[in-house]
Design a protein around this ligand. Structure first.
Ligand SMILES: [Zn+2]
Length: 179
């Protein structure tokens, strides 16, 4: 498949496209926001890729399997028409050896952006990272892209770390306005 060069909106999953819950283990716990697919349609219409990048350490922690996540990814892509979903299954304190490591992909690491850039010709200079956690903002800043912190997840009051995003917005619908 041939792709054209264009910027991307990188989207965290939980708290951005779906309700934030701790360790969403299967499709039945997975509540995609009613506006998610319309927002992704608008992101596409405005000339961006819509690429999900999500930390899923529940896999390393043995809470759900990688297969269960793949099924959720498939569901998410069918529901929202996102271009791709990249996930990090790792955690340095995971209980499953296979996934227990200090990887480059877990946000605020930048490995998932790099994977996306290998597949899609992305104009990073004009791209955005949209998330609800400090790690999302830090990851975007490490990649040198614009960052948007949303209130639609855990809320930004109890963040692990102070961050200075380019934008602070309520939810994904507000992101469309700045593109
Ligand atoms: Zn990883």
């Amino acid at each position: 498949m041939l792709y054209v060069k264009k910027p991307a909106v990188f989207l965290d999953r939980d708290g951005v496209l779906a309700e934030e819950k701790s360790y969403i283990a299967s499709k039945k716990d997975f509540s995609i926001f009613s506006y998610a697919s319309e927002c992704i349609r608008m992101i596409h219409e405005k000339g961006y890729y819509a690429i999900v990048i999500t930390n899923q350490s529940g896999i390393a922690r043995g809470i759900f399997t990688e297969d269960a996540l793949l099924e959720m990814n498939d569901f998410l892509m069918r529901q929202t028409k996102a271009d791709a979903v990249y996930y990090c299954p790792h955690h340095p304190k995971g209980i499953l050896e296979k996934y227990k490591k200090n990887c480059q992909c877990r946000k605020p690491g930048t490995g998932m952006f790099k994977m996306a850039c290998e597949r899609f010709p992305i104009d990073m200079q004009n791209s955005y990272m949209v998330g609800d956690r400090a790690t999302d903002i830090l990851a975007g800043q490490r990649m040198g892209i614009k960052t948007v912190l949303l209130e639609s997840g855990y809320g930004t009051a109890g963040m692990e770390q102070d961050v200075t995003p380019d934008y602070r917005l309520k939810d994904l619908r507000d992101v469309i306005e700045i593109l």
